[in-house]
Design a protein around this ligand. Structure first.
Ligand code: SF4
Length: 407
């Protein structure tokens, strides 16, 4: 297994092309004089897809800019404009882009309207409001408040649904496009096909050894964010799942090492240091096979009300107990022997209850855990030495556990 590597899978090129097309569609629309929006990653994409309104995703852009090494430059630009260093780095990168209008690492059209949904965090409301105010453009907010209950109640569903319906009317007015119920049904069907295929592909990490390096999912999920209502995305995810199935049969993997240990990686990747994190894990023959982040974009429902519920179950909007269950399930399903927890300086919403979640995760699963300090996009908040030491520590405990608990 260790020396066997998958040939370049076709799905990954299809996914790369879908992402490139996504930006091209927005640029072309802008050139034709159509209105283009900036959209939150977990705003119900079914609305824009049905209306045929092009949108781009500032979080995706910020992640790509950070991965290409420009996170610090862009963050510093926003800080020089008076934005606090404590604000999420995605917001600082995006606010810098709004101001500069260009970034050689990844350009996208400037917005004519903003689509915000706070099911990921409330910080995003202020970020999007600032852009709307600066550029004097409209903003639509779908408020999905943090849910302290395990299930989403029917009154919450009604509250979200009323805003969903209102957002359609407002977007029709802004763009001059008409919402078709027939097309909406079709988009919901494709979105389900695509979300199910995406989730199916992510589940192949349960095989031991896994046919994929779990970090592959961090790259592919950009398509789950920005194109899950498109047939091409559904087809590409199906192909991805088929390729993983074939790899299981042939004993191949995209993980280029010998998988001796399997871990859960908790939190958003540190995009500027993705390679470093991978290399360190591979030095210890550790494969990342568990993450709830990839699953965050597999939105499953059977009707419109269930869609409202699905958007209220994204990781940052759910109760502590539901969040814990997601992690325990990921550890159990994927046979993880340890967990690496990213204490993300940018994402207070995600990291806030992580200390208690880590404690409960250890209690419920019995696996060792380590934490490291980092940031998904600001490279100044990550220390390679600290990360490496924590991975080494985890490796030693996992090795000892394999030997029966003797260090
Ligand atoms: S990384 Fe966290 S703080 Fe930043 S936009 Fe996403 S959810 Fe909000």
């Amino acid at each position: 297994m260790s020396e066997q590597k998958s040939k370049s899978p076709k799905a990954k090129y299809l996914l790369r092309d879908i992402l490139a097309d996504h930006y091209k569609i927005a640029w072309d629309a802008k050139k034709r004089g159509e209105k283009v929006g900036w959209c939150a990653s977990n705003f119900p994409q079914e609305i824009c897809e049905t209306l045929g309104v092009p949108v781009v995703y500032p979080e995706n852009q910020a992640a790509a800019i950070a991965a290409k090494g420009a996170g610090q430059r862009m963050c510093e630009h926003s800080e020089a404009n008076g934005y606090s260093n404590d604000i999420c780095a995605y917001a600082r990168i995006s606010l810098a882009y709004m101001d500069l209008k260009e970034c050689k690492e990844l350009d996208m059209p400037q917005p004519d309207f903003m689509l915000c949904c706070n099911n990921i965090c409330n910080q995003m409301i202020k970020w999007y409001e600032n852009i709307a105010k600066e550029l004097d453009i409209p903003m639509i907010l779908i408020d999905i408040p943090y849910n302290t209950e395990f299930e989403t109640s029917e009154d919450r569903v009604k509250y979200i649904r009323a805003q969903f319906d209102e957002a359609i009317v407002r977007l029709e007015r802004i763009t001059g496009k008409k919402f078709s119920r027939e097309r909406f049904e079709e988009v919901m069907k494709i979105s389900q096909e695509s979300s199910k295929a995406w989730l199916e592909a992510t589940e192949y990490t349960k095989y031991s050894p896994s046919p994929l390096n779990g970090f592959d999912l961090f790259n592919h999920m950009a398509v789950a964010v920005c194109a899950r209502g498109k047939q091409e995305a559904a087809d590409a995810f199906k192909l991805l799942a088929e390729e993983y199935e074939q790899s299981v049969k042939e004993g191949k993997s995209t993980y280029r090492g010998e998988e001796k240990h399997r871990i859960l990686f908790e939190g958003i990747a540190c995009w500027p240091y993705l390679r470093h994190k991978l290399t360190t894990l591979m030095e210890y023959n550790i494969n990342m096979v568990g993450t709830v982040y990839a699953e965050a974009f597999g939105v499953i429902y059977n009707n419109v009300d269930e869609m409202m519920k699905a958007y209220s179950y994204v990781p940052n909007a759910i109760s502590f107990e539901r969040a814990l269950k997601m992690r325990v399930d990921a550890v159990t399903k994927n046979n993880c022997e340890g967990a690496v927890i990213h204490t993300n300086r940018s994402c207070k919403q995600w990291s806030g209850f992580m200390y208690e979640l880590e404690r409960r995760l250890r209690e419920e699963t019995g696996i060792p855990t380590v934490t490291f300090d980092g940031d998904q996009a600001d490279p100044r908040n990550f220390s390679k030495a600290q990360y490496d030491t924590r991975i080494q520590g985890l490796y030693e405990v996992m090795e000892a556990n394999k030997r029966g608990g003797n260090l």
